[in-house]
Design a protein around this ligand. Sequence first.
Ligand code: FAD
Length: 456
Amino acid sequence: ATALIWFRRDLRVADQPTFLAAGRGARALALFVLDPRLMGPAGEARQWFLYGCLRALDQSLNGRLLVVEGDPAQVVPRIAREAGARAVHVAADFGPYGRARDEAVERALNEQGGELIRTGSPYAVAPGRVRTADGGRYRVFTPFRRAWADHGWRPPAATDAGFLDWIDPAALTVEALPIPSRTPVTANLPEPGEAAARRRWEVFRREHLEDYADGRDRPDRPGTSRLSAYLKFGCVHPRTLLAGMAGSSGSGAHSFRGELAWRDFYADVLDQRPDSAHRNYDRSFDALVTDSGPDADRLFAAWQEGRTGFPVVDAGMRQLLAEGWMHNRVRMITASFLVKDLHLPWWRGARHFMRSLVDGDLASNQHGWQWVAGSGTDAAPYFRVFNPVLQGERFDPDGDYVRTYVPELAGIAGKAVHQPWKLPGGPPRGYPAPVVDHRHERAVALERYEPVRAAR
Ligand code: FAD
C-alpha cells in the first residue's frame, strides 16, 4: 500500500515517527501544503526560513517532495486519491487552527475510505499527557516540569531518508508548486534545514551547554543554542536534544532541559485554553486599562523601530528587525517596556513579534508575552516592573550588546552606553531622548493594576 507522509512542523528525516508508522520500505509520497491561512501572520524572515527548510528536505528526498498550495481539507484528500494512498501520516498538531484543520482533513479522508494517522508531535511529551495525580492538567510550571520529567519521552526514532520508498511526484497529475524562493530580508538568518540544525546543536553542546545556566542570561554573548527556529519547524526534534544530553547531570543540561519543558508546558497550556492565544489567561486582567489613539500609535512605532531612547530596548527591537530573533532576556525587557512603560496591550506587541520572529510560535510567544504582562500562568508579579537601565547594566554589563545593534551609540565605551542622556553633551546625534520617564510610568502602571487586584 502507498502511504502519504504529510509534513508540517517536522521538516526532517531523522527521528521521524511517521515513517515508522508507514513501515520500513513502504511506498510513500512526501507532501507539504503551503496553507495561505498559516503564511498570513508569518513575516518574511519566517517564510524565507520555511522555504529554505523545504528545499533542504526536498534535497534529502532526492527531489521527491511534492509542494502544493491550498486549503489542506481539499488538497490532501485529492492528492491521497491521486497517489492511491489510503493512509495519510502526520505528527499531531495541537494548536487551535491545526487541530481544527486536521479534523476537517480527517473527515474528508474518512468519506473516501481513507484515514489520518497521527504519530508523534512536535513536543517531547505531547500536550495532555502530563497529568496531575487525579488526572487534571497543570497550570503552573514547576510541578508540570517535575511530572514531565517523571513521564519521560521515547528515544529518537531511528529513521533516515532511505527508510521509505519515495514516489516521484512528477508521475502524478497534480499541480506541483516550485518551492518559492525569496531574497532574505537580512543576512543574519539561521541557515535553514535539518543538517544545519544538527551542526548548530553540536556546536552548542560542545561549547556552551556546560555554562548554559549562567550564559543564557547574557545577550552580549553567544550563550544560548539559537535552535528555536529549527525546533519551530521540526528540523530537529526536542527528543533528539534530550537524548543527546542523557546522562548529563550538570547545571547547564538541567537548565536546558528546563527550557525544553517550558516549550512543552506552553503547548499544553494552549491546548487546555485555546482562547489564551488571544485573551488574557487570567481574566481579571480584562480590567486593566490600556492606551490607544495617535499618541499610543506613535509610541508603538518608536518601540517597533527601536527608537525609544532606552538603549537595551532599542538594541533588542533592532536585533529583531535585523535577525528575526531576539535574546530571551531582551524579549522580556522589550515586552515589559511595551506593557508597563508604554501601557499598550500585550497582544499588540505579540503580533509584531509573531510577524518578525523567525521562530514565531503561537504557544511560546503569546504565553511568553502574558508571563511578562502578568496575565499568564506563573505570572511574574505584576507589581515588579523591569527598569530598562538596570536590566541593561546587569545583563549587558559592558554595553557590547547595545553597541552591536545601535550604531549611533557605538562610540560610547562601557556601561555608560545604557544612559546616553547622562553624557555631558546629551545623547549622540541621531539617537532619541527617552520617549517616557520610567519612574513616572512605573507609578502609572502600578496605579492601573489596582482594578485588576480588586477583580481577583
Ligand atoms: P535557548 O535558550 O537555547 O533554549 C532552547 C530552546 O528551549 C529554545 O529554542 C526554545 O524552543 C525553548 N525555550 C527557551 N525558552 C523558552 C521559553 N521561555 N518558553 C518556551 N520555550 C522556550 N520562543 C519561541 O520559540 N517562539 C516565540 O515566538 C517566542 N516568543 C517569546 C516572546 C516573549 C515575550 C518571551 C519572553 C519569550 C518568547 N520565546 C519564544 C521564548 C524564548 O525567548 C525563545 O525560545 C529563545 O529566546 C530562543 O532562543 P534559543 O533557541 O537560543 O533558546
